[in-house]
Design a protein around this ligand. Structure first.
Ligand code: MSP
Length: 529
């Protein structure tokens, strides 16, 4: 019997050298929306996030703050990274830390296997290293510094000079996997998305791959190399393995979760796509394991045209936004305003404008008008629809088309397109009310049946919208769902299936509606600080 389809999706694991900014939260939210969407499509889903706690970058931060790296990591995880999940309403299935035993033991077992199978050897390497990226760099990838960095090579991402490192280390025979990687990209064209990133990575691999230094002996904040305890593993080699250690993979026993959910879809910022689309599949090939389902590299949030980052002091804390606009608006804004896969500039003005126009005036106002009219004209009970005319039937058609388009877009991870498709329902329903003028129909006693049909149609539209928008805005759709009386009449919102949402007439006549608090309250200028 074929296995039921499953969906597994991951964020990168984040460095704990600092607290999260909205760039990190952006990835978290995107992954959460994909996971919630798939769950509501009835697909068994697993979503993973976590923290990357080893390596020089964390060690240096801890030393600078006069604590051990483990103390530093524990504090940042407890005070910043776990609370982030609540701030932006993430429903992850697991949170992995690379300092956990369940992870470290898998790193050792995985790499012992590669060593036993002769994919790892001892050698020497000298090169430029960026501690910010935790990566050796080729001179082609670097810029020549100016001003205080005159005469030095500088990392274009971190804007700081790279360091020259010379070490005798263990190496992974990555050069042996070039052909197989190119075959993978060829046979699975959506393995790397979007296409621009795919092209970049294909040409990188075509130029030929070097072997990769995978251990360090100059510091000890990492997972010990099991066959030579003077060395710890290179932080990226350790980190990538989180995707299977969290699934409980073991060298001798793959484990139930691994069998069910691997291969996963990895959502990452485009800057780290190479690690995921080149190094990680090569490691898996060496271990004889299936390669990931897909690596999707999203764009950067830019501030002043540059990647937002704490090291450049341009980081904005997610709570600065959610405290004013709420978590739903945060989730909606970043996924709607930026094409997923492209860079996007953040601005408070744009956020405030979309909040007002799309959320407050568009969706929120629509919801409160319909619920209020059922309250006023029908004593808060959903009326039964009478004969449908063309305008009513059109609402159903718009919902059907939106579901189809949104589903296809979500399959490609084109989240912004999916939301835009769903938004056609908001616009259509607002237009429908303006045209049908139920407030006028209500004044004519001979047209009660028409009034009921309009309100029942609008309420059904809101039912569909609640279900379709629940993955993006779980809070406000939850309030609306309760106000529509749907919770009592149909059941919990999170259990509503997207593939059945266009079936009309699910809200039963007589469903008891309750008042709806403003979903997107007015923001006063002084709240913006
Ligand atoms: N620890 C590694 C990843 C290991 S995964 C096996 C790492 N961590 S990180 O803390 O630097 O976070 C990187 C991720 O944060 C990026 O891939 C991206 O998802 C997100 N972002 C960080 N800054 C960002 C922006 N300015 N814009 C969008 N996303 C950003 O790299």
């Amino acid at each position: 019997m074929a296995n039921a389809p499953t969906f597994s999706v991951t964020t990168p694991i984040f460095y704990v050298n600092d607290a999260p900014h909205i760039g990190h939260a952006y990835t978290e939210v995107a992954v959460d929306v994909l996971a919630r969407w798939n769950r509501q499509c009835g697909v068994e889903t697993w979503s993973l996030t976590g923290t990357d706690e080893h390596g020089q970058k964390i060690l240096r931060t801890a030393v600078a703050n006069d604590v051990t790296p483990k103390e530093w990591a524990d504090k940042l995880v407890a005070d910043a990274w776990i609370p982030l999940l609540q701030t932006i309403d993430i429903a992850n299935d697991d949170f992995i830390r690379t300092t956990e035993e369940r992870h470290e033991s898998v790193v050792q077992a995985f790499l012992q296997k590669l060593y036993d199978d002769d994919y790892i050897y001892f050698g020497e390497y000298e090169g430029y290293y960026c501690v910010g990226c935790e990566e050796y760099k080729q001179t082609d990838d670097l810029l020549l510094g100016s001003g205080e960095f005159e005469g030095q090579y500088v990392c274009p991402i971190h804007g700081r000079p790279v360091e020259v490192l010379k070490e005798a280390n263990y190496f992974f025979r990555m050069s042996a996997f070039g052909e197989r990687l190119l075959e993978l990209y060829e046979s699975q064209p959506d393995f790397i998305q979007p296409d621009s990133l795919r092209n970049e990575i294909v040409s990188f691999v075509r130029r030929g791959l070097d072997d990769l230094s995978i251990s360090r002996q100059s510091f000890d904040w990492g997972v010990r190399v099991p066959w030579d305890d003077k060395h710890v593993f290179y932080v990226w080699f350790d980190a990538l393995i989180n995707y299977i250690s969290a699934l409980g993979w073991r060298a001798d026993e793959p484990g139930e979760l691994f069998q069910k959910f691997w291969p996963s879809n990895h959502i990452v910022g485009k800057d780290i796509a190479r690690f995921h689309a080149v190094i990680w599949p090569a490691m898996l090939m060496a271990a004889g394991l299936p390669t990931p389902r897909r690596v999707f590299g999203h764009g950067w949030l830019l501030v002043g045209g540059e990647k937002m980052s704490k090291s450049k002091l341009t980081g904005i804390a997610p709570a600065q936004i959610t405290d004013v606009f709420g978590s739903d608006a945060f989730r909606y804004y970043f996924l709607r305003a930026i094409s997923f896969g492209q860079d996007g500039s953040f601005s408070w003005e744009d956020l405030a404008a979309r909040y007002q126009a799309e959320l407050a005036n568009g969706f929120g106002n629509l919801a409160s008008r319909v619920v209020a009219m059922v309250g006023r004209y029908c004593d808060g009970r959903l009326p039964a629809a009478g004969k449908l005319d063309e305008a009513d039937a059109r609402i159903q058609q718009v919902v059907e088309a939106a579901v189809e388009r949104a589903t296809a877009a979500m399959e490609r991870f084109a989240i912004h397109e999916a939301i835009a498709a769903i938004w056609t329902i908001v616009d259509e329903l607002n237009g429908y009310l303006t045209e049908q003028e139920p407030w006028k129909v209500a004044k004519d006693e001979s047209r009660t049946e028409r009034l009921h049909t309009i309100l029942a149609t609008a309420a059904e539209g809101l039912r569909a919208l609640s279900v379709l928008l629940a993955p993006v805005m779980p809070q406000s759709t939850g309030l609306l769902w309760t106000a529509l009386g749907a919770e009592a009449a149909i059941g919990p919102l999170a259990e509503q299936r997207i593939d059945r949402v266009a079936e009309w007439g699910q809200l039963p006549a007589g469903a008891e509606m309750s008042t709806l608090p403003p979903l997107f309250p007015r923001i006063e200028a002084e709240q913006l600080g």
